[in-house]
Design a protein around this ligand. Sequence first.
Ligand code: ADP
Length: 357
Amino acid sequence: MPFSQDLALAALAKIKDPLTGGDIIAAGRLASLTEEVGIVQAVLQIPPPEADAFFPVRDAAQAALAELDGVAKASVILSAHKGGPTVGGAPKRKGNPHQPRRPEGYQGDSNIKKIIAVSSAKGGVGKSTVAVNLAVAMAKSGLAVGLLDADIHGPSAPMLLGLSGEIATTREVEGRRLIVPFEAHGIKAMSIGFLTKDDGPIVWRGPMVQGAISRMLWDVDWAELDVLIIDMPPGTGDAQLGLAQDIKPVGAVIVSTPQDLALLDARKGVAMFGKVDIPVFGLIENMAVFTCPDCGSEHHIFGEGGAKRDAEKLGIDYLGAIPLQMQLREDSDAGRPSGEGVFIKIAAQVGELAGIN
Ligand code: ADP
C-alpha cells in the first residue's frame, strides 16, 4: 500500500505529549510531515528548554512512522523554534545519546575516510561549482570520492552533474534501508534535490536543515570512500555551525570572490569553523581574473591580490585562483564538470592538507 498521510497522523496521535499529557498531534507539535519516494520526514516543534523530555517522543514517532506501509525510511526532527529562521537554536544536544548526531568515531566506523566541507559566506560565489569540480578532480587522481550537496536551499549538484530531475531510490544493505547515491563523472553524489520533485527552493529552518543533512549523510549507501566533499549551505549562521559540528569534517575550504565584501564575509567563515575546532585548509578565490576569449588578455575585474592578502591576514593558506571563464559556466549549466586545469592543482593541495593518500 502507498504511504497514507491519514494513517501517519493516526499513528502519531497515539504518542503521548510529555508536557500536556494529551497526544502530540492534539498538542500541536507537528510542524510538517512530508513523504517522497518512501522517505518520510516529520518535524515536531518543541519548547527549547524541554528538549530532553522530547527525545523519547522523537524516537517513538520515528518508530511509529517507520512501521507504516509505503515507508522505507522515517526521520523525525525536533525543532525548537516556531516560525522564522533559527537564531541560536537547535535543541540542546550535549551528551544525549538519542539525538541524531554523528556517533563518536564515526569516520573510523564508517567507510568514509575523510570529510571535507566546502563553504562560503554567501551564495552565488561559485561554491557548488568548486565543490563539484574538486570532487571530480580528486576522482580523476584515483580516489573514491563522494559529494554531498548540503546546500538544501538551492541544491545545485543535480544540475552540475547532469542529473536534473532524477529521484533517488533506496536499497536494503545489511538490514538497513539506505539511499542509493547517483554515480556520475567518476563520483558518487547525493543531494536533497534527489529526494524531492519540487524544483523551487526548499525553505527549511535551522534545526531541520541540520537534522536532514546529517541523516542524509548517514543514510546513504556510500560504500567505501576515500573522501566525501560536502557542499555546505551558504552562510555562517547557526544552521551552518550546527551542521559543521555534526558532520565534523577534517577541514574546510572557503570559497570567495575577490570583492572586498565577499572577503569580509570569508573572515566570518574562518571564525565559524574556529568555534567548532574545524581547521580551515584555506581560501579558494573564484572568478579571480577574466581572460578575454578573443585576445587572451587578463582582466582583474574585482581587483588583484586582495584574496591572497586576506588569507595571509587570516592566517590561512591561499589555495589558488579560479578564473572567470565562460567555458566553466557553460560546462556547469550543461552538467559537465571537467575537474581539469586549476582544479587539479587545488584538489591536490586540499588532499594533502586533509591527509588523503
Ligand atoms: P554558489 O554555490 O556559491 O551559489 P554556484 O557554484 O552555483 O555558486 O555558481 C553561481 C553561478 O556562477 C553559476 O551559474 C556558475 O556556473 C557560475 N560560476 C561559478 N564560478 C564561475 C567561474 N569561475 N567562471 C564562470 N562562471 C562561474
